[in-house]
Write a protein that binds this ligand. Structure first.
Ligand code: ATP
Ligand code: MG
Length: 423
């Protein structure tokens, strides 16, 4: 038979294992804990949706929709897209299920998302996000709670050196006036702009502000700030958000150049950034999207939320929590295998993690267990009157050195209970 070449992993995907997996799981555990503290309900939405869910809400001119989506016709000919983010799918679920009656709804989720991007450190084609949304709350207090929650998550993960950069994109009136001023400014300097920004000028001029192309920076930096165009309401909203952050002790800096890539943002826009991940410095980002639900054909419903890349957070985690105690149970002789199995089952039923080998001499088994970082080996050594004798050898976690040995006597009636011979 001819051998087929082993298929490769698809570019931009990952097999997450070992230490990397532990960091990854640690981020998800912390998120789960924090979302409960803030009383956000877990929601799970489909990995794929009708393409229009994303195309309509995220905006046709954004990078995500114009070049990053995994879109394909399914066998029935419908256009399907693998979710490039959570917000649009959650907003769709809100409408589909008639959740308006429960508004404001505080929702959280996590899982894989897909974007066709050039893979590099901290940038994948299948990556993972944690996500928190408040739908149906127009108050700045919702923005504040989400930001405080994000801050607490970063603190619980022990991630330092992250800056909260905050901006306002104003309300519709503000945005229109500011947009006109920006277009006038960029038109006046169009000769100095990159080709990409020239294309944006027609479709999405705000995006020129956060262009990473050095040719654009002087013009972008000299562009008018939104401040002169803020309506009284938009200014009051932003002031309420910053006052809330100050009261909660969350540090922030104003970044008047921060605009989010997606079209649906209003008022608050923010990013938590670090300089420790090179060009992939944004770890958590979001904002208010009061226009989104309307763009999906629903009644105008305010919303605000954020998403963070699990891989990027995992890379920043300084220290993993200690793993729970773990033992290995090793039978000294084959005749003691069944007693060892009973001990193993008893301990696992009690919630203790037990490593076990499938074969091998006792010494080999103990060595293998040590390599898997067990805290000790429980040897089933002998049997006296049908009751096994147990020896516990304990190891030190950091260097695996033996620190204690103990002979453990099991009483006959105790053994009857452990071995299941007596209820
Ligand atoms: P970037 O500017 O890095 O492309 P973005 O603005 O496209 O980020 P969002 O759409 O706001 O990112 O997604 C929220 C978070 O998801 C980001 O802050 C980042 O941590 C993470 N993220 C985005 N794209 C990727 C990717 N391709 N691989 C890994 N993580 C990603
Ligand atoms: Mg991107």
């Amino acid at each position: 038979m001819t051998r087929i070449p082993t298929p490769n992993r698809v570019r931009g995907t990952q097999d997450i294992f070992g230490d990397e997996q532990r960091r990854f799981a640690h981020v998800l555990d912390a998120f789960e804990r924090v979302r409960r503290l803030y009383c956000f309900g877990r929601v799970d939405v489909p990995v794929f949706e009708a393409t229009e869910v994303f195309a309509r809400s995220i905006g046709e001119t954004t990078d995500v929709v114009s070049k990053e989506m995994y879109t394909f016709p399914d066998r029935g000919g419908d256009s399907i897209t693998l979710r490039p983010e959570f917000t649009a799918g959650i907003a769709r679920a809100f409408l589909t299920n008639g959740w308006r009656q429960h508004a404001p709804m505080k929702l959280a989720t996590s899982g894989p998302v897909f974007r066709y991007e050039r893979p590099q450190k901290g940038r994948f084609r299948q990556f993972h996000q944690i996500d928190a949304e408040v739908i149906g709350a127009a108050e700045p207090a919702a923005d504040v709670e989400l930001l405080v929650m994000a801050d607490q998550l970063l603190r619980e993960l022990g991630i330092e050196g992250v800056t909260l950069r905050l901006n306002t994109l104003g309300d519709a009136e503000t945005r229109d006036a500011w947009r006109a001023a920006l277009v006038a400014h960029f038109r006046a300097h169009r000769d100095a702009l990159s080709e990409e920004s020239l294309a944006r000028l027609a479709k999405n001029p705000l995006r020129i502000l956060d262009s990473k192309d050095p040719r654009d920076r002087p013009v972008a930096d000299a562009a008018p700030d939104i401040d002169a165009y803020l309506t009284a309401e938009a200014r009051a909203f932003f002031d309420a958000v910053t006052a809330g952050l100050d009261a909660a002790g969350v540090a922030w800096t104003r970044d008047a150049r921060l605009v989010r890539g997606l079209d649906y943002y209003r008022h608050t826009a923010f990013e938590f950034t670090t300089d420790r991940l090179g060009a992939q410095g944004t770890v958590l980002a979001g904002g208010r999207y009061d226009g989104l639900i309307g763009s999906l054909g629903g009644p105008e419903t305010p919303g605000v939320g954020w998403a963070a890349g699990v891989e990027r957070l995992a890379m920043l985690v300084a220290e993993l929590p200690e793993e729970a105690v773990k033992l290995a149970v090793v039978a000294d002789r084959t005749e003691l295998d069944s007693a060892a199995l009973k001990v193993t089952q008893f301990l696992r039923d009690k919630g203790l993690a037990i490593e076990s080998a499938y074969s091998g001499k006792p010494k080999k088994q103990a060595e293998a267990a040590k390599k898997r970082n067990v805290d000790g080996v429980l040897y089933v050594r002998d049997e006296k009157d049908g009751v096994p004798v147990l020896h516990l050898t304990q190891f030190r976690r950091d260097d695996g050195k033996r620190v204690s040995r103990a002979l453990m006597t099991v009483l006959p009636d105790e053994w009857a209970r452990i071995s299941g011979d007596q209820p």
